[in-house]
Design a protein around this ligand. Structure first.
Ligand code: CP3
Length: 355
């Protein structure tokens, strides 16, 4: 497949040498599933830690050369079949005008969160080609450096998960303030969700224009909602984003923990869904039609198993999901305590899969 990279420099074309991920997303037959790991560019890699010790988080995110280097690390070191752009879902609230701090060991802090409808006056729907142009520059440079070795995944947070951080002001196990904001101030919550959605639609469209091959939407906290609340506060906004880019780029939705709505999503145009380890492959397949591509779902803590046992788990997982319409992945992000050789053993076990 020949792709054209759009950018300010003269247009470049390259041939994608590994298109397993795109084949799986199109539902084409493959010899083995593609494999990548959520949060594969991150703190389990000593090469990432070395850059973290030199540059603060937003310097890493806003410098295309650093983004390219970090994005390519897992391709070179563990050999995944796709790259995911190094960035963060919280660049969106930042571009909308809220201060976001990312301090090592503390996690994200938004010192002036949204509490009331009047607070919406402090934020705006930005021109993403201005405020987030560094992301598009990073996509251009990353694709140029990858030179077609593997496809590049772009991403954004789903509106409900972004609202969680904008209202709660920090990470949380329950996001009870954010949920209470939706239930107690529904008009304000809907306005905020729509502002995030409008920003995110422009953002993912700009990423596709800049050359990403796939978009993943992370709804990391949607599983804190009941089915009815998921279908009120999360799903409609995620589906707007999906509808806005699906014609030009495959979209993977990852509504973590929202197993109860797989069937509804599949009936609303969703072509690819990431699932976690709390549901079985059989359940996920039964809830979705045979055209849906599923992604997941190894418990990241299983990467700590002795390698022969890990290989067995991977084999079992692939046999149960099936080789086609499937993307091997973890059920959530890789954690910092995983030895690099175990991450590589996971990837190799998928690559060496024989039926
Ligand atoms: O490799 C990749 O997946 C690409 C890069 C990526 C990061 N964040 C880099 C990052 C991606 C896809 C994200 C998404 C993200 N960010 C999510 C959704 C995915 C998920 O895990 O559910 C969420 C909820 C965030 C918000 C966020 N950013 C948190 C909670 C934290 C701190 C705790 C943590 O998990 O690391 C971050 C910071 C962050 N984003 C780091 C990295 C590598 C670690 C900070 C550092 O290295 O200094």
């Amino acid at each position: 497949m020949t792709e054209t990279i759009l950018g300010t420099e003269p247009m470049q074309t390259y041939t994608l040498q590994n298109d397993l991920l795109l084949k799986a997303l199109r539902g084409e037959a493959v010899e083995r599933p593609p494999v990548w790991m959520m949060r594969q560019a991150g703190r389990y890699l000593p090469e990432y830690i070395a850059l973290r010790n030199k540059y603060d988080f937003f310097t890493r995110v806003q410098t295309p050369e650093l983004v390219t280097e970090i994005t390519l690390q897992p391709i070179d070191i563990v050999g995944t079949d796709a790259a995911i752009l190094f960035s963060d879902i919280l660049v969106v609230p930042q571009a909308m005008g809220l201060e976001v701090q990312l301090n090592e060991g503390i996690g994200p802090v938004l010192p002036e969160p949204i509490k009331h409808i009047d607070d919406l006056k402090r934020i705006h729907v930005p021109d993403v080609n201005d405020s987030l142009h560094y992301v598009m520059d990073a996509i251009t440079l990353t694709n140029k450096t990858l030179a077609g070795r593997v496809p590049l995944i772009g991403f954004a947070g789903a509106p409900f998960t972004i609202l969680c951080y904008m209202v709660e002001g920090k990470g949380s196990k329950t996001f009870d303030k954010a949920k209470a904001f939706c239930y107690q101030q529904p008009e304000a919550a809907k306005q905020l969700l729509q502002m995030i959605t409008d920003t995110t639609i422009a953002y993912v469209q700009a990423q596709v224009q800049a050359g990403v091959h796939v978009i993943q939407i992370f709804d990391s906290w949607s599983g804190l909602l009941s089915k009815d609340d998921f279908e009120t506060w999360a799903m409609p906004y995620m589906l707007q984003i999906q509808a806005s880019v699906q014609a030009s780029c495959p979209v993977i939705l990852y509504p973590k923990g929202s197993w109860y709505s797989l069937e509804t999503l599949a009936n609303n145009g969703t072509k690819a869904i990431g699932v976690d380890w709390c549901i079985t492959p059989e359940f996920a397949r039964a809830q979705t039609n045979s055209k849906v591509t599923l992604q997941g779902n190894l418990d990241p803590a299983k990467l700590l198993l002795p390698i022969p046992q890990l290989q067995q788990e991977v084999h079992n997982m692939i046999s149960r999901f099936g080789v086609n319409n499937y993307i091997a992945n973890l059920g959530h992000g890789i954690t910092p305590n995983i030895p690099v050789d175990h991450a590589k053993a996971f990837v190799d076990a998928v690559k060496n899969y024989v039926q």
